[in-house]
Design a protein around this ligand. Structure first.
Ligand code: IPE
Ligand code: IPE
Ligand code: MG
Length: 233
């Protein structure tokens, strides 16, 4: 492959439908889905992708039945417990974006622990979007700029795209080059609204629990065939 995207973002969708089609509870789909993450992480390490952002839980997902939400939080905690050593060994840095203060305290503590433990790793950065909303992220950035303006440390002319980007959760992380969405849905669902401005989009009908390394590589191939113009000719 000629061009490897530096940053791949994934909307991991279709866990519920995967379970439903097998007459299993939705949580069984989430559990199976968490195994697809390993496949993508391996593919990133093998191809040299530097950043992998995974949409794991949106702000809107809190509306789901309490049992599904608490099951997802337990799965997250288990995932973090199981993967910590592996990430340390393989040079993976874990980060998280979103309103992390919304997460149940044990989850938050575990997340903080793994992020801290892996913070000096540089081979691959895995960024989990948790209780994430693109609009809220922009809203928080605007509020922080407005506060500075009120205090007098900023004026309207100082507000540039770079300043806005520096107030987002993704400060210092390059914009995604490629967005993958599984399960065929053609929408962004409030994900990285600012950062996806010029991202190439790959949608596959595969449900997330069925998504494997070969599918990730297929998305990279698709990306390789794109001509990115950024508004030029
Ligand atoms: C994605 O799968 C996982 C989360 C949103 C947490 P879904 O649970 O949305 O699966 P579908 O879309 O109902 O099939
Ligand atoms: C997007 O999937 C959020 C995650 C994958 C975490 P949803 O299933 O929540 O999105 P909609 O409701 O289909 O737009
Ligand atoms: Mg869904």
């Amino acid at each position: 492959m000629k061009t490897i995207p530096r940053h791949v973002a994934v909307i991991m969708d279709g866990n519920g439908r995967w379970a439903q089609s097998r007459n299993l509870p939705r949580l069984a789909g989430h559990e199976q889905g968490s195994k697809s993450i390993r496949q993508c992480v391996e593919a990133c390490m093998e191809t040299g992708v530097e950043f992998l952002t995974l949409y794991a839980f949106s702000s809107e997902n809190w509306k789901r039945p309490a049992l599904e939400v608490s099951g997802l939080m337990l799965l997250l905690e288990r995932f973090l417990n199981e993967k910590k050593e592996e990430m340390l060994r393989e040079g993976v840095r874990l980060r998280a974006i979103g309103r992390l203060e919304d997460l149940p305290p044990p989850c938050r503590r575990k997340l903080q622990e793994v992020c801290d433990a892996t913070k000096n790793n540089t081979r691959l950065q895995v960024i989990l979007a948790l209780s994430y909303s693109g609009r809220t992220e922009i809203l928080d950035a605007v509020k922080s700029i407005a506060r500075d303006a009120t205090e007098g440390s900023l004026c309207a002319e100082d507000v540039t795209p770079d300043l806005i980007a520096s107030r987002l959760y993704t400060d210092g992380i390059p914009d995604p080059d490629l967005l993958i969405r599984t399960s065929g849905e053609m929408r962004i669902s409030n994900f990285l609204l600012w950062q996806l401005s010029y991202t190439e989009i790959h949608v596959t009908k595969k449900l997330w629990p069925d998504f494997g390394k070969a599918d990730f590589l297929e998305a990279l191939e698709d990306f390789n065939g794109r001509s990115r113009r950024f508004g030029g000719v």
